[in-house]
Design a protein around this ligand. Structure first.
Ligand code: GLA
Length: 655
């Protein structure tokens, strides 16, 4: 199978989405000049070009795409060619209303925006396959083409009639019989028993709470339907160009796709990443998504989109201060990216994204954005030969599973202050602040390579996942689990005793009596630290080696943290510093050290291959002590014993 290295060929891919159809052709030549000057070596074409390529049903206009592909080829700029299927032309919805999705209240999602397609629509799929077929046949052998990009940020749901029919088919495959479906969904509750498949619906707007397993299965179904759409187009382009890798761009930590499953179907895993420049934890948000993407890719991955400056979709859209674009781009490379790309090359003058930055902003060549983009292009070219194809290594795995997210984050749960991504962020943040590099893993993955496995929260665990965690722990691994883990089985049925019995046994818990969720801002005192969000009334069974008790209040004296052998259970969310310290202690006990000792708080350190990346997330310059002499690949100079990083500065050091 081809992979990312077939497209990078030793370079870090650098460029972005390019929408030449928004510009007169004179601008195309100016674009090429500016791209070359900035070190751009890749562009993604065609993402939203369907109406231009197929102006009327079945007609084709490839002339403009031929010209821009040739122009890129002559300039030595590779093309990632997208299938345009994320935004069907207006004629499609007009002629075929069945291609338009419906929301849960039955309202149509109309054309005029984008992504107004029903994943279940046979008509949509037929048109999508036809344009993909013609695009692939025409450009498969084009010398500029380096990779295929299918659709864009698959993210649509559909509660409409055709989707309902497909949902029933999907449920038949999953459950076999209506009796099995009734059992899995627990339809004895509230008189929901189904007597005929025709009665089964997507979870449309009800009078009161929805059936949670119906919702869970609908999310599984949606992810699978979108994956079918992706795979159908992927198979077409692969048939025409088996030598070229195929990707589709994920949204970061997006609820709608089981990205573990999807990543198995891609040659290149790519992601779009837009942390808020004002967010004090923007860098950690980036690190989390990068760690997750690298883990899905099991190696180098592609940063498909980021913003060179401001986005346009937050309440207030802040630009990136000087140096931040470079810093966050180098962070992605440190954490395994072999491609640093943007939405988009040239900022639009019209349309809904005209206030979204581009590599070339409205200010043009003299603008700060383009100037910084040009500097970064030179930096990436300098480090590329030492970086591409190498791996960032981590000895800690954080477990995450979309199915658990889908089951756990529904209505009518014990606390809406607690959610799956919030728990992932909190635990990853503690590890990030402790300078401990992490991979992510699925709870059924082989975990044996990791001395430490951290489970922020896995509300739903399959029997196989429980077996896997137990095998890991009994095999000598150190396992730390946060609360609300192992509560439900794969049909979202609460486990007897309120938490999986084998896990309770692993941690030394006899009875989990009650959950005591906390209000926002409320804390609970534990010996040595304070807990937030959650607390639990549980009895130990006397087999734990150590317990840390709650102090005062209803839970006084009951265990807040239990350790039995190498298995830890944490029944609250310790305040950030306390969680960082706890995880540092546990990691040390498992033989896992921070990347460097004594690092200033604002400096992130990551090892990739034999390189050490140092990234200053602070606005003040900072010095890092580092014994010995290293070559800074960014400056080409040697540094001995101490590295000074300017505001948002970075060093890429080789021993
Ligand atoms: C997403 C899309 C792009 C663009 C950007 C704006 O990532 O893929 O087309 O809309 O958002 O941030």
């Amino acid at each position: 199978m081809p992979g990312l290295s077939d497209a990078t060929r030793g370079r870090i891919l650098y460029g972005g989405d390019h929408n030449p159809e928004q510009w007169p052709e004179e601008t195309w030549h100016e674009d090429v000049r500016l791209m070359r000057q900035a070190g751009v070596n890749t562009v993604t074409l065609g993402v939203f070009s369907w109406a231009k390529l197929e102006p009327r049903p079945g007609e084709r206009d490839f002339g403009w795409l031929d010209r821009i592909m040739d122009l890129m080829g002559e300039a030595g700029i590779g093309v990632v060619l997208a299938t345009p299927t994320a935004s069907p032309p207006p004629w499609m919805g007009h002629l075929h209303p069945d291609t338009l999705p419906r929301d849960e209240e039955g309202r149509t999602e109309w054309w005029g925006g984008r992504q107004h397609f029903s994943h279940s629509s046979a008509t949509y799929r037929r048109y999508a396959a036809a344009i993909t077929e013609d695009l692939a046949a025409r450009y498969a052998g084009h010398p500029a083409l380096t990779m295929w990009h299918i659709n864009n940020e698959y993210c649509t749901y559909d509660w409409g009639d055709e989707a309902a029919a497909r949902f029933r088919d999907w449920l038949r495959d999953r459950h076999g019989t209506l009796d099995a479906l009734n059992t899995a969904w627990g339809t004895a509750f509230w008189s929901q028993g189904y007597g005929d498949w025709a009665e089964v619906m997507p979870p449309r707007h009800p009078h009161y709470l929805k059936n949670p397993t119906q919702v869970l299965d609908f999310k599984r179904f949606t992810s699978d339907m979108l994956l079918e759409c992706y795979a159908a187009e992927r198979d077409i382009v692969r048939r025409h160009s088996p030598h070229l890798p195929v990707t589709t761009n994920f949204m970061p930590l997006w609820a709608g796709q089981d990205a573990w499953r999807w990543a198995e179907e891609e040659d290149v895993v790519s992601v779009d990443l837009y942390p808020d420049p004002r967010d004090p934890f923007g860098a950690q948000e980036g690190a989390l998504v990068q760690d997750m993407t690298r883990s899905q890719a099991r190696g180098p991955w592609m940063l498909m989109e980021q913003a060179a400056g401001a986005v346009n979709w937050r309440g207030v859209n802040h630009p990136k201060p000087h140096g931040l674009n470079r810093l966050w781009s180098l962070q992605a490379v440190a954490r395994g990216a072999d491609a640093v790309c943007y939405f988009q090359w040239r900022q639009s003058r019209q349309g809904a994204e005209k206030f979204h930055s581009g590599m070339v902003s409205h200010a043009g060549e003299q603008g700060r954005t383009y100037q910084e983009v040009t500097r970064l292009g030179a930096d990436l070219a300098r480090i590329a030969p030492h970086v591409t194809g190498t791996h960032s290594t981590a000895r800690i795995a954080v477990l995450h599973d979309w199915h658990s997210w889908w089951a756990g984050d529904q209505e009518a749960r014990p606390s809406h202050e607690v959610d799956h991504p919030g728990m992932l962020r909190a635990w990853h943040r503690a590890l990030w602040q402790a300078h401990l590099t992490t991979d992510f893993a699925h709870p059924e993955h082989d975990l044996s390579a990791y001395p430490l496995v951290v489970v922020p929260q896995l509300y739903l665990l399959t029997d196989t996942a429980v077996d896997n965690l137990l095998a890991y722990a009994h095999g000598g691994g150190t396992l730390v689990c946060g609360f609300l883990t192992g509560i439900a089985d794969e049909d979202d049925r609460v486990r007897p005793g309120g938490m999986d019995a084998r896990l309770r046994d692993l941690f030394g818990i006899r009875t989990l009596h009650e959950w005591w969720p906390l209000d926002a801002g409320e804390t609970v005192t534990c010996e040595g630290f304070r807990g937030t969000l959650w607390s639990e009334e549980l009895d130990a069974d006397g087999t734990a080696d150590a317990t840390t008790p709650y102090k005062g209040g209803e839970l006084d004296g009951l265990p807040a943290v239990l350790r039995k052998g190498r298995a830890w259970y944490v029944s609250t969310l310790p305040e950030p510093e306390a969680l960082r310290d706890l995880l540092t202690r546990i990691a040390t006990g498992a033989g896992v050290r921070p990347v460097l000792d004594g690092l200033p708080d604002q400096v992130e350190a990551v090892r990739r291959g034999d390189l050490l990346f140092l990234l200053n997330h602070g606005r003040e310059p900072v010095a890092v002590d580092l014994p010995g002499t290293h070559r800074d690949l960014l400056t080409g100079t040697d540094v001995t014993d101490r590295v000074t990083l300017g505001r948002h500065g970075a060093a890429v050091l080789r021993p």
